[in-house]
Design a protein around this ligand. Structure first.
Ligand code: URA
Length: 215
């Protein structure tokens, strides 16, 4: 997708600004306010990468000097889908970059007996099949909820989906690749592994708790 390395369907954004901000986010003494601000900033840099090859057309415009065919985005507005609740932390920054985007939400919780994701909320823009759909969730850990969210988006008609996350674990990337090989993933880091509780290591802890100040 760019100068950042692509490992099959995974792009890791190695830009120094992204990596520096990510380090600050990982540090446990980083405050909620700072974490939120960094997430907003980094989300824009990741969104810049994931929208890099959006379709373009030209429009005839007149500058103060002369007429020209100038590049503009083609097609319907993109759909940004937040996987609740942590996905919301990525949305604000991305919407500053793509203010006309349509927005949707997928809510999933984990059934403690079956350990499978269960849908509790689903609201997405119309005509998903005609849009570039970007699903966002900061942590691609086991991949269970991401895979389930993308299943739901495909059921709703989406055909051109990309997945944006802050951190990914190899287990989650493998799970996504197996279930949805057509969905490219953009992330700031591929971390080492998941621990027994399903947390990404070295990671940054619980992304939702850190961005909302909960425990
Ligand atoms: N969700 C989080 O918030 N953090 C992890 O490390 C894994 C899943």
């Amino acid at each position: 997708m760019s100068d950042s390395p692509e490992i099959e369907h995974l792009t890791i954004v190695t830009h120094p600004m992204v990596q520096h901000k990510l380090t600050l986010m990982r540090e446990e003494e980083t405050s909620t306010a700072k974490f939120r601000q960094l997430l907003r900033e980094i989300s824009q840099l990741l969104a810049y990468e994931i929208t890099r090859n959006m379709e373009m057309t030209t429009k005839r415009i007149k500058t103060p000097m002369e007429e020209m065919d100038a590049p503009v985005l083609d097609g319907k507005k993109l759909a940004l889908i937040s996987i609740l609740r942590a996905g919301n932390g990525l949305m604000d920054g991305i919407l500053e970059l793509v203010p006309a985007a349509r927005v949707g939400f997928v809510g999933l919780y984990r059934d403690e007996e079956t350990l499978q994701p269960v849908q509790y909320y689903f609201k997405v823009p119309e005509s998903l099949g005609d849009r570039l759909v970007i699903a966002v969730d900061p942590m691609l850990a086991t991949g269970n909820s991401s895979v389930a969210a993308i299943d739901l988006l495909k059921k709703a008609g989406a055909t051109n989906i990309r997945f944006l996350c802050l951190l990914a674990a190899p287990e989650g990337v493998a799970r996504m690749k197996e279930a949805h090989p057509d969905v490219p993933i953009v992330t700031a880091s591929l971390d080492s592994h998941l621990n027994e509780q399903g947390y990404i290591v070295p990671g940054l802890g619980d992304a939702g708790d850190r961005m909302f100040g909960t425990k």
